[in-house]
Design a protein. Structure first.
Length: 183
């Protein structure tokens, strides 16, 4: 089975992630949510963010800088477009999941690389973002998805991604457990 929108999911995720800088700058809260705001968590996040921002992973720093630049340059336009496209992405997976209980795919769209002993910043980003081609989509759509270790190739792990219908997390968990028990 093929989900045509799958390949677009990474770009949609990237634009939404860059737009989510408001959550970071809002000390973990964002705005306009009608639920409970934990002010203690907000205070703790703000203290950590201001005192130890250099301790954040390079990818988090990049997203904050990229998100701020996107907001200043495009005023939220691409965040809004990505949110609009996210509905189509979600609908495409929903349509595929009408025909089956789960989607199964490789977690990585490539063979797992060995962990480097050292790397440049450019290598760090390449390695980080080449790993999300089959995973970022589900951060956007909300479909429950889980990596299940399923084998090795030349001593390196192979992961099987199980994706279920929204709200059917237990189906994914039961399938992962059944696979694990079958080994």
């Amino acid at each position: 089975m093929s989900v045509a929108w799958h390949r677009e999911g990474g770009a949609i995720w990237s634009a939404i992630g860059a737009g989510a800088v408001a959550i970071f700058e809002g000390n973990s809260t964002g705005t306009n949510w009608k639920g409970y705001y934990n002010t203690g968590l907000l205070d703790a996040f703000a203290r950590g963010r201001t005192a130890r921002s250099n301790d954040l992973p390079e990818t988090a720093k990049y997203f904050v800088l990229h998100g701020r630049w996107m907001q200043e340059r495009y005023h939220g336009r691409y965040y809004a477009k990505a949110q609009n496209l996210a509905r189509r992405l979600t609908a495409a997976y929903d349509e595929a999941l009408k025909e089956c209980d789960l989607l199964v795919m490789p977690t990585l769209a490539m063979k797992a690389p060995p962990l480097p002993t050292s790397r440049t910043r450019d290598e760090y980003f390449v390695r980080a973002y080449e790993m999300i081609g089959n995973t970022a989509q589900f951060d956007v759509t909300g479909h429950p998805a889980m990596n299940v270790p399923c084998g090795k190739s030349a001593g390196l792990p192979i992961g099987m991604m199980l994706v279920g219908r929204i709200g059917e997390d237990t189906t994914v968990l039961r399938a992962a457990d059944a696979f694990d028990q079958s080994k």
